[in-house]
Design a protein around this ligand. Structure first.
Ligand SMILES: *Cc1c(COP(=O)(O)O)cnc(C)c1O
Length: 403
């Protein structure tokens, strides 16, 4: 049996017709800038903010230019600046330490567990080092948020959530992004809704959100926002907050609104695909699947497994054999940053002490995108290919070590 898969791991679905129609309407009237409205028109961007606030249960929402911009704005709005230390996940992607560096702060990395969430014991020991945690729900894995918030609240550490992979997800029924002071989302093509580039920020904190709105480039037009704190909140803030433009435009908002209405269905379809893969690999020797706790309701836009304590050669062989059969896997343990993957110690602008326990886990994390253009049968075939390759390489290793 030597099946070969022919699908594309980077092909998303088209924009729904309602999004295309709404985008065309914006282009036809020409008012793409969010503050360019006619009469009592409510801009697409302002409507998107109202809808996303309602969807997450947040008091306030701000639409911005990217997920990375959402994170830097949240950090600035929490008054994180030059020389401050910010706790963040060692299992991460480049925009997260990048956002911390963008405000002149320094990342302090916290380890990862075998279930691919932040290591709360390691966090507990590092809390005294910083006043802020930029928590990435990396690849959609959510830690015990009740325990995390208790630890951080007791230590006086402000939590900002990076929800680039958890839009639509929740812990204990509370949406991801609603636990910390800010929730940051990306609407970039590879995330859960697609406007090419874009970001969203939610919060219940009036002052912090007023600062975020000023930061994003609202001039003195903040009264045009609907999911925003009342105008009196801006009384002092409007003089004290620099404009660091990063607004979202009406075209992107128009494309996003219908997709957000469909988020529940999209999540279900992703998770159906995830379960097919999980079933296909549940019995594979040498391969470990992360445990998904009952309190976690996730949105599986990607799939991970661990080849824990495998040699670099054996992992490389798995990747090469899968690739030759059309299955594109990414490796978080690679010595050099490649494509979208990198390691906490790839970033020489933010040196960090060695983390042997985390290095051991990162060295085994294999990652795969799960676009909705894959059918359930596609996922079953991918599962068979990975199972077959991992078995073959594992048996080869075992035979070698018997010598
Ligand atoms: C994509 C991503 C971001 C940032 O999103 P952009 O919109 O690309 O700036 C942040 N965190 C994680 C974990 C991401 O994958």
């Amino acid at each position: 049996m030597s099946e070969i898969f022919h699908g594309s791991f980077t092909q998303q679905e088209p924009i729904p017709q309602a999004g295309i129609d709404a985008a065309l309407a914006v282009m036809k009237h020409g008012r793409l800038h969010r503050y360019n409205t006619s009469g009592d028109e409510i801009a697409e961007t302002a409507q998107l903010e109202v809808e996303f606030a309602a969807q997450t249960g947040a008091r306030y929402c701000l639409a911005v230019a990217s997920g990375g911009y959402a994170m830097t704005t949240a950090l600035r709005a929490c008054r994180v600046g030059h020389g401050d230390k910010v706790l963040t996940n060692a299992f991460t992607l480049a925009p997260v330490p990048g956002a911390i560096a963008a405000v002149g702060a320094e990342p302090v990395y916290v380890g990862v567990t075998q279930d691919l969430v932040i290591d709360l014991d390691d966090l507990a020991t590092k809390l005294p080092l910083a006043k802020t945690l930029l928590l990435s729900h990396m690849r959609g894995h959510i830690c015990d948020m009740g325990r995390l918030m208790t630890l951080c609240d007791n230590a006086g550490v402000t939590v900002i959530e990076d929800c680039a992979h958890t839009m639509g997800a929740a812990w204990d029924g509370v949406p991801s992004g609603r636990w910390g002071k800010f929730g940051c989302y990306s609407t970039q093509t590879y995330k859960h809704v697609n406007s090419g580039e874009g970001g969203l920020l939610i919060s219940d904190d009036s002052k912090a959100m007023a600062r975020a709105i000023m930061l994003s480039g609202s001039y003195m037009l903040f009264e045009k926002h609907r999911a925003a704190p009342p105008p009196e909140t801006f009384a002092q803030i409007k003089y004290e907050t620099p404009n660091i433009s990063g607004r979202m435009d009406n075209l992107r908002a128009a494309i996003l609104r219908p997709q957000l209405r469909d988020l529940g269905t999209l999540a279900q379809r992703w998770n159906d695909r995830y379960r097919v893969l999980e079933d296909a690999l549940a019995q594979t020797t040498g391969l470990k699947l992360p445990v998904r706790p009952a309190a976690e309701s996730f949105v599986a836009s990607s799939f991970q497994f661990l080849l824990l304590d495998w040699s670099t050669d054996a992992v490389s062989e798995v990747l090469a054999r899968c690739k030759s059969r059309g299955v594109e896997l990414k490796w978080f343990g690679g010595a050099e940053p490649a494509g979208f993957t990198s390691r906490y110690d790839s970033w020489r602008y933010a040196p960090s002490p060695a983390m042997p326990d985390t290095d051991r886990i990162l060295a085994g994390i294999i990652d795969m995108r799960l676009p909705l253009t894959f059918s359930l049968e596609d996922c079953a075939m991918i599962g068979r290919i990975i199972n077959d390759v991992v078995n073959t390489v594992y048996q080869g290793q075992a035979a070698q070590s018997r010598g």
